[in-house]
Design a binder for this molecule. Structure first.
Ligand code: OAD
Length: 261
């Protein structure tokens, strides 16, 4: 079989598995947003491959001196990296819209995304857990409440939560920072109840995110991987689609429509 036929067959199989599943969850990574112009982290053009991983002291600095952290982060925003620029310019792509459509038609219950770009919400997905946060939100370090960054006053640094007075921090999860409790709880819940996990555009090397499909698999869920390359989860995937997420996901939706679903 040619590579194209292998992909087409995998897409047909994936649609059939999705159609007969009861609770489908997705774990999404940077590969989904690559077609929106946001570079991935690892791989040839990955931001960390090119520039190295960020320094590990952000979380420590915030805990030690939140005012200094906010000042540094506002100064960084003023310098405005290419990566940040690509995030702010990005629009949802066909893959994001296909996931939103699957949710609207009852074929996808929940998206766990490692991406901080807000593109799932903008594409129309509703049940989303942003396990690494959202670049456009702030989160209270005391009560966990979230707000749009654009709506809070930065006249006072660090800004304070209007609910409980705790310190606010950008919602993006930094190295060393614990995953927000509410997000983690929802991910474990999805891992426990899903009978199918879609693993889309992630190298699946960052934990705990990579663990959720593994946990689901352990209790009998099927795994469908959509990725351009092999990943840490390829060996345990039941269906592997070696294609761009922006091509594969709309093709799956088309197959589901073809089945009258
Ligand atoms: P990576 O950069 O590690 O992996 C991106 C994956 O997407 C790779 O496996 C690529 O093969 C695949 N890929 C690239 N383009 C694709 C496309 N068009 N369609 C399908 N797949 C494609 O990104 P993540 O796995 O998301 O966390 O990285 C996980 C976490 O690492 C990030 O959330 C980030 C970092 O630590 C934090 O910053 C907290």
């Amino acid at each position: 079989m040619t590579a194209r036929l292998v992909v087409e067959e995998a897409i047909r199989t994936a649609a059939a598995v999705i159609a007969r599943s009861r609770h489908v969850a997705a774990l999404v990574g940077a590969g989904l947003s690559a077609e929106s112009g946001i570079p991935t982290f690892r791989g040839e053009d990955g931001v960390w491959t090119k520039f190295g991983e960020p320094t590990f002291d952000g979380w420590e600095l915030f805990n030690h001196d939140p005012k200094a952290w906010w000042e540094a982060s506002l100064e960084n925003a003023a310098q405005y990296s290419d990566f940040a620029r690509s995030l702010d310019a990005a629009m949802p792509n066909a893959g994001h819209y296909a996931l939103a459509e699957m949710e609207q038609h009852g074929h996808l219950a929940h998206v766990i995304t490692q991406n901080i770009d807000d593109l799932h919400r903008r594409a129309g997905s509703r049940h989303i857990t942003e396990i690494h946060g959202n670049r456009y939100l702030v989160r209270c370090m005391t009560c966990g409440g979230r707000d749009r960054l654009s709506t809070i006053s930065l006249a006072r640094i660090p800004p304070l939560c209007h609910e409980c007075g705790g310190y606010l921090k950008n919602d993006t999860v930094m190295f060393g920072e614990p995953i927000p409790e509410d997000a983690l709880r929802e991910c474990y819940r999805q891992a426990a109840i899903a009978d199918l996990f879609l693993v889309i555009g992630t190298s699946a090397v960052v934990y705990p995110a990579a663990d959720f499909p593994i946990m689901a698999k352990r209790h009998g869920a099927a795994l469908i991987e959509i990725n351009l390359d092999d990943t840490a989860l390829t060996d345990i995937a039941d269906v592997v689609i070696r294609a761009k997420a922006g091509d594969a996901l709309p093709a799956i939706v088309e197959q589901l429509h073809g089945r009258g679903l």
